[in-house]
Design a protein around this ligand. Structure first.
Ligand SMILES: Cc1ncc(COP(=O)(O)O)c(C=O)c1O
Length: 498
């Protein structure tokens, strides 16, 4: 069905359609508000096959024409079965409930639709993003030479940091690139994020370019192990282009010892990148900022506002100590950012970014700081860190569970430990408990491996999650685990189950 031109124009957001925009958005807001207010479970437990049938049945070449009809349809293909992070029993990944000021920013930025590459596509947007980068740099403790840019997420921020580190390392040796590239190494702990490995691949480094540095019992990089790896690389003629320290590992919420690592990087002349994608919330914590001591000695820092600043996806930044390093991502295009613009001091962000057209995600953080303020965000993050500590205590006292590594942030890694003959099934029991819980929709928890064994994980990012919620979820885990053990250890039942 082809829409007539006047009808099509009625859907464009222009000065003639401001009223339609207002009404349509209100309809959408009403629908989402009703869903959010009445969500009883974080997930319905629907299977991919069932949902794929609903999505597949939609004829994309037959538009409904009417926003209300499309919203009705959206209930069935998305809203009804979405995973709701605002629900207090969503305890799985690093997804936060979002603050309303940021959602307001999101609505504004998509309607105005600025693009953050050049001044002539964003004007005030460029200045707002710059202010927020400066604000973040000041929170990190960087000096006036600092700069940075918003990115799509922690993976892109890490890639960008490592690109800069690679170029700095290449510039420091007077040898052909092709000769140096295979000798470059990145040192990171095994608890660091896998985007480091992906980045190494994208940056054309050797397959074994990422060297794993040993961790202590709390999953923090051991300075002694780092020293050994630095020496080993030197002895092998390898060049350490970066050490990646993690301020908040994804699974364990551990923070690498930043001052000791910074000391060694300075001595070895290695670029220090701090991946604070998760731990960046501590930058605004009224009580725990000291946990990031040493971060100010980094060369670059990844911050993910869409993790611990309660911002909608996407919202992240890469911040560098010395803006000179950002030149490695600069290319001048005649049509967009010719060199003369820099000479005329017309500000743009594309000279620093890996992206060209880019969302004005910074507006969400701006609205958050202007409406709520940084302390309020930090207090929300403090709440979830406190709750994780309480959950850890609860698990440590419960003989049915084993809990590992007390997190500095808000993760809790644990497993159900069957006793008696069920003990040999510990891995399968925990995998089953997680799946059964998600299928019931009553709660969503994550899974990971610790020393090769299957564990479960809470990532607490919702201040509305109470200790009672956690206790209820643990009972549910125990119940699903118990059913599984009964099935596999009772021969009759096991036969029937097959
Ligand atoms: C420590 C850490 N770094 C980087 C990332 C990647 O961030 P993103 O998912 O925003 O790309 C994550 C994601 O969980 C993370 O935990």
């Amino acid at each position: 069905m082809t829409m007539r031109l006047p009808d099509a124009r009625a859907h464009l957001l222009t000065n003639a359609t401001a009223d339609r925009y207002r009404r349509t958005l209100m309809d959408g807001v009403e629908r989402v508000a009703a869903r959010i207010a009445t969500t009883e479970r974080p997930f319905t437990g629907i299977t991919p096959d069932r949902l794929a049938a609903e999505v597949g049945a939609v004829d994309l070449d037959r538009p409904l024409g009417d926003p209300l009809a499309a919203l009705d349809e959206l209930e069935n293909v998305y809203l009804r079965d979405a995973v709701y992070f605002h629900h207090p029993r969503y305890l799985a990944h690093l997804n936060c409930p979002v603050v309303i000021p940021a959602v307001l920013g999101e609505a504004v930025l998509s309607a105005v639709n600025s693009s953050m590459d050049t001044w002539d596509q964003s004007a005030g947007g460029t200045l707002i993003e710059r202010r927020l980068v400066d604000w973040t740099a000041a929170r990190i403790g960087f000096g006036p030479a600092a700069d940075g840019v918003f990115t799509s997420g922690g993976s892109q921020s890490n890639l960008h940091a490592l690109l800069l580190a690679r170029e700095e390392a290449l510039a420091a040796v007077a040898l052909p690139r092709a000769e140096v590239l295979p000798r470059l190494r990145i040192l990171a702990s095994a608890a660091g994020h896998f985007s480091v490995q992906k980045s190494a691949k994208l940056l054309g480094l050797a397959p074994d370019a990422v060297v794993t540095v040993g961790v202590d019992a709390d999953r923090r990089m051991r300075p002694g192990a780092l020293h050994r790896e630095l020496v080993r690389c030197r002895e092998r003629g390898q060049i350490v282009m970066a050490v990646v320290a993690t301020a908040g590992t994804t699974d364990f919420g551990s923070i690498d010892p930043l001052p000791a690592i910074a000391e060694q990087c300075a001595a070895a002349g290695a670029w220090l990148h701090v991946d604070a994608a998760y731990g960046c919330g501590l930058l605004v914590s009224p009580t725990r900022r000291h946990l990031l001591a040493g971060i100010e000695r980094a060369d670059s820092v990844t911050v993910d506002y869409h993790k611990s600043f309660f911002q909608p996806v996407s919202s992240s930044a890469l911040v560098v100590r010395d803006r000179q390093a950002l030149r490695h991502a600069t290319y001048h295009a005649d049509y967009l950012n010719p060199a003369r613009m820099a000479e005329q001091r017309i500000p743009n962000q594309v000279d620093k970014s890996l992206q060209t057209t880019r969302r004005f995600d910074a507006l969400k953080l701006w609205m958050t700081l202007r409406i709520m303020g940084a302390d309020a965000i930090g207090a929300l993050f403090d709440d979830v860190v406190d709750r994780a500590a309480a959950a850890w205590d609860m698990l440590a006292e419960d003989p049915r569970f084993e809990v590992v590594t007390r997190s500095s942030l808000s993760t809790v890694v644990f497993r159900y430990l069957p006793t008696g003959p069920g003990r040999v099934h510990a891995d399968a029991v925990n995998l089953h408990a997680r799946e059964a819980l998600a299928a019931s929709g009553a709660a969503v928890v994550a899974a990971t491996k610790v020393d090769g064994r299957h564990f479960l994980k809470f990532t607490l990012l919702n201040p509305e999650t109470t200790v009672e919620d956690i206790a209820v979820v643990l009972e549910l885990v125990a119940r699903h685990a118990g059913h599984y053990i009964d099935r596999v250890t009772t021969p009759m039942l096991a036969c029937n189950a097959r």
